[in-house]
Design a protein around this ligand. Structure first.
Ligand SMILES: O=P(O)(O)OC[C@H]1O[C@](O)(CO)[C@@H](O)[C@@H]1O
Length: 547
């Protein structure tokens, strides 16, 4: 059955009418009118707390948004995902990253295959291997323990592991130095190889497909570098692979005994929970890796069972949808007030934009509303001194997600107090703004002459009324990090269902890949191609002249 277009649904139309009335709402007044607003518009789950009260909405808005989620079948699609139905309809695949973090013994049989048993069999192998490397029992070819791990992968085979290893810096093994090489730009590989010793380095080639051009080139380069220094028989102690493609791994020369498999029902950007997380398990140890999975599972259980009105990922998604559709927010800023989460915005860029950056529905019809906003950000305090100017006084409305841990992992308490003060102050400033009369009063109190006050006042006025969410956790731990990532995964899922796009394919990355192959051959060959547009022909010619 065809899904009705979004704008034709009764709940969307009700929201449109409601949005017309809400246009003039001031958050200051909404807060003043309801002293319970914070208690009402906040929710707790799996070690996370979400305050969504600083958005331009009221109880009725939330009722209508929940109605929309129901009308779009969000709950039914969620249940289908957890049950292993093939909801990725353009690739005819199930979507089961939630199964990767389900505890041993959870029942899930898909197409006659015991998914839970398969997952835990691989986890057992990850435990054995990572324990051996971490304890120093696994030795390099000259009998020395491993000191450096180089993860070679890109997209989901890089962003997740790298972000998590950085975020869990405090849990990492003191002997193991982690390196991540993703870019086909040789400078990336050069930087890693210049720091490592072939006798004590373990390379992980991480690629779901084992065909991704950048990763294959990087893996071949690392292999040649290693063979020149150590020889073929040493390879097994220094190269392992993570993939769904056993044949390609064998062809590359990695022993399948050193391969950690996963399955086609794990999307690249949802794969950090699978063997793609091998570098995480090596860095923090299997115990903390298990806590990371358990934190995500706790959030999964909340998402699976809580009613929409109290369901954190649903609420985050619905509020984001409201801002996108009715407040015309073209982008969302992610502002972690935690330095160790500095790659989290980059991670969310792939998660959200590769999932929902789509312009046709699951049935291939053009969508009838805007879909995924652009996602960007940096650690919050750094952003404050760079682009927050635009967020406060620019002409676009850009909602912000503030993320903070209440307790630090260091002992410099005064730093942490300053950090949290900044985080809360920013969300207050975005909400309240500063009226021109407040500015005038300030300037008067400073004793400025009247004409100077009038000259400066417009510049010092803040429109305010700018929406934000704040996500808090007690500490950034493996478990709360797992929950945080799962929160955003499910938020992305819910928005995808409302827009009726397939959040689990990524056809938009293919065209560039195909053209790059062709141009790479042209850059290397003769004659100068003339079959492109004049710009592309001209750029190729300039590069060939420089070779
Ligand atoms: O793990 P692989 O197969 O090398 O893919 C890497 C990345 O490339 C993409 O397919 C995009 O080209 C991502 O979805 C994926 O995470």
């Amino acid at each position: 059955m065809r899904t009705p277009s979004l704008t034709s649904t009764a709940s969307f139309q009700a929201l449109e009418n409601h949005a017309a009335q809400a246009e003039d709402w001031e958050m200051r007044s909404l807060f003043a009118a309801d002293p319970q607003r914070f208690e009402k518009l906040s929710v707790e789950a799996a070690g996370l707390f979400l305050d969504y009260s600083k958005n331009r909405l009221d109880g009725r808005t939330l009722e209508l948004l929940a109605e929309l989620a129901r009308e779009r079948g969000v709950e039914a699609r969620r249940d289908a995902m957890f049950a292993g139905e093939r909801i990725n309809n353009t690739e005819n695949r199930a979507v089961l990253h939630t199964a990767l973090r389900a505890p041993r013994g959870a029942k899930l049989v898909v197409d006659g295959q015991d998914v839970n048993a398969d997952v835990h069999a691989v986890l057992d192998r990850i435990r054995t291997f990572t324990d051996a490397v971490r304890s120093g029992e696994w030795l390099g070819h000259t009998g020395k323990p491993i000191t450096d791990i180089v993860n070679i992968g890109i997209g989901g085979s890089d962003l997740g592991p790298k972000m998590v290893v950085l975020a869990l810096r405090h849990y990492t093994h003191p002997r193991l130095k982690m390196h991540f090489v993703s870019n086909v730009d040789g400078h990336d590989m050069d930087a890693a190889l210049s720091q490592v010793d072939p006798e004590t380095t373990l390379f992980i080639v991480a690629s779901k497909t084992f065909t991704t051009a950048e990763t294959m080139m990087n893996a071949q380069t690392a292999r040649s570098w290693f063979l020149e220094r150590a020889g073929e028989e040493a390879l097994a102690k220094h190269f392992v692979a993570v993939s769904t493609n056993t044949e390609a791994i064998k062809a590359f020369g990695i022993d399948p005994a050193n391969m950690f498999p996963f399955w086609d029902w794990v999307g690249g950007r949802y794969s950090v929970w699978s063997a793609i997380g091998l570098s995480v398990a090596l860095a923090v140890g299997f115990g903390y890796f298990s806590d990371f999975l358990a934190g995500a599972h706790a959030l999964d259980e909340h998402f699976r069972t809580a009613p929409i009105e109290q369901n954190m990922p649903m609420l985050l998604a619905l509020v984001g949808f409201w801002n996108r559709e009715f407040l015309d927010a073209h982008s969302v800023t992610i502002a972690p007030y935690h330095q160790d989460l500095n790659r989290f915005p980059a991670y969310l860029q792939q998660l959200d934009m590769e999932s929902n950056g789509k312009c046709v529905t699951r049935e291939g019809e053009p969508v009838d509303t805007p879909t995924c906003p652009a996602i960007w950000g940096e650690p919050g305090t750094n952003g404050q001194h760079a682009y927050f100017q635009l967020l406060h006084q620019g002409t676009d409305l850009t909602p912000i997600d503030f993320i903070a841990a209440l307790r630090p992992a260091h002992e410099m308490e005064h730093h942490h107090t300053a950090l949290l003060a900044n985080c809360f102050a920013q969300s207050e400033a975005f909400m309240k703004g500063k009226t021109i009369d407040e500015v005038r009063a300030d300037l008067q109190a400073q004793g400025l002459p009247a004409d100077e006050i009038e000259r400066l006042a417009p510049h010092k006025t803040f429109p305010g009324n700018r929406p934000s969410n704040t996500i808090l956790m007690e500490r950034l731990t493996p478990s709360t990090l797992g929950a945080l990532i799962a929160l955003y995964e499910h938020k992305t899922f819910v928005q995808g269902v409302i827009w009726n796009v397939n959040s689990f394919d990524q056809w938009g990355v293919e065209l560039g890949k195909v053209l790059a192959k062709k141009i790479e051959a042209e850059l290397l060959g003769e004659p100068q191609p003339a079959n492109h547009d004049s710009s592309t022909n001209g750029l190729i010619a300039r590069a060939k002249a420089a070779f």
